[in-house]
Write a protein that binds this ligand. Structure first.
Ligand SMILES: Nc1nc2c(ncn2[C@@H]2O[C@H](COP(=O)(O)OP(=O)(O)OP(=O)(O)O)[C@@H](O)[C@H]2O)c(=O)[nH]1
Ligand SMILES: [Mg+2]
Length: 266
């Protein structure tokens, strides 16, 4: 059984920075982890790149040869990845062992995890290869200035959740930049009724019914919960990693192995 995190979220939400911090954390605690670059447009890396989509296809070539812009070019690259799951990805995955832990640093184009099937098929391929996969959705805390932005962030995350059908961990990133912690803390694990009241207060009365439905939807999908990520604090990274590990049962198999171990056999 392998383990994998699919790190997704809007452009600039801090996915690559999270991946490199996670790598450093794992180095520190002596844990093995491999970060995979799935962003054909990425150029600089703060982590050792274990697998790289740019070895399969180059965004620059695609843009030049097909006359596509950066976003269309990226979508083309991702579709090319999708077509090459059985050969390129399978070959690359063969380099990893049973218990390996992979973290996929994805591009930030929101359509990738809202309505095109690339990542969905990617995940299905990983599952066929016996990986337990978790979606890690990053939302930039800097954008959550009021309840309307929070709800729109939730809806984007929810669309990834229904599309990917994976265990799902939401993270509010860049907490070091938040000056008024209390404002944000209200959104980490909020009361649906408080959210609704705030939303109604902000918006014209004709939206009340819609607001109620939206809050119910978000609540029913257990979406209203974000883990704060403050990269200055090792404990923050550690806590988030432990939550993700739980959702993919990482460590549980290891326990079984320890229990099954019989000193007489040695
Ligand atoms: N202060 C602070 N800045 C951050 C943090 N995480 C990311 N940043 C900054 O935010 C910007 C975007 O970060 P990235 O990690 O490249 O974001 P990304 O989600 O990988 O972006 P794309 O791959 O382009 O979608 C960079 O300038 C980072 O230095 C954080 O926790 N704190
Ligand atoms: Mg990135």
């Amino acid at each position: 059984m392998g383990y994998a995190q699919l790190v997704i979220g809007p452009a600039g939400s801090g996915k690559s920075t999270y991946c490199s911090s996670l790598y450093q954390h794992c180095e520190t605690v002596g844990r093995s982890i491999h970060i995979v670059n799935l962003d054909p447009a990425a150029e600089n890396f703060d982590y050792p790149v274990a697998m790289d989509i740019r070895e399969l296809i180059s965004l620059e070539d695609v843009m030049e040869e097909l006359g596509l812009g950066p976003n269309g070019g990226l979508m083309y690259c991702m579709e090319h990845l999708e077509e090459n799951l059985d050969d390129w990805l399978t070959e690359e995955l063969d380099n990893y062992l049973d218990d390996d832990y992979l973290v996929f640093d994805c591009p930030g184009q929101i359509e990738l995890f809202s309505h095109v099937p690339v990542l969905k098929n990617f995940v299905e391929h990983l599952r066929r290869k016996n990986f337990n996969v978790c979606a890690v959705y990053l939302l930039d805390s800097q954008f959550i200035t009021d309840v309307t932005k929070f709800i729109s962030g939730c809806m984007a995350s929810l669309s990834a959740m229904v599309q990917l059908e994976l265990p799902h961990v939401n993270i509010l990133s860049k907490m070091d930049l938040v000056t008024n912690k209390r404002d944000i803390e209200n959104y980490l694990d909020p009361e649906p009724r408080t959210l609704l009241a705030e939303l109604n207060q902000r918006m014209a009365p004709q939206f009340e019914k819609l607001n109620k439905s939206l809050i119910e939807l978000v609540d029913q999908y257990s979406m209203v919960s974000f883990l704060p990520l403050d990269l200055r604090k090792e404990s923050s990274i550690q806590y988030i990693l432990s939550q993700i590990d739980n959702s993919i049962q990482y460590g549980e198999d290891a326990d079984v192995k320890v229990k099954d171990f019989d000193p007489e056999d040695d």
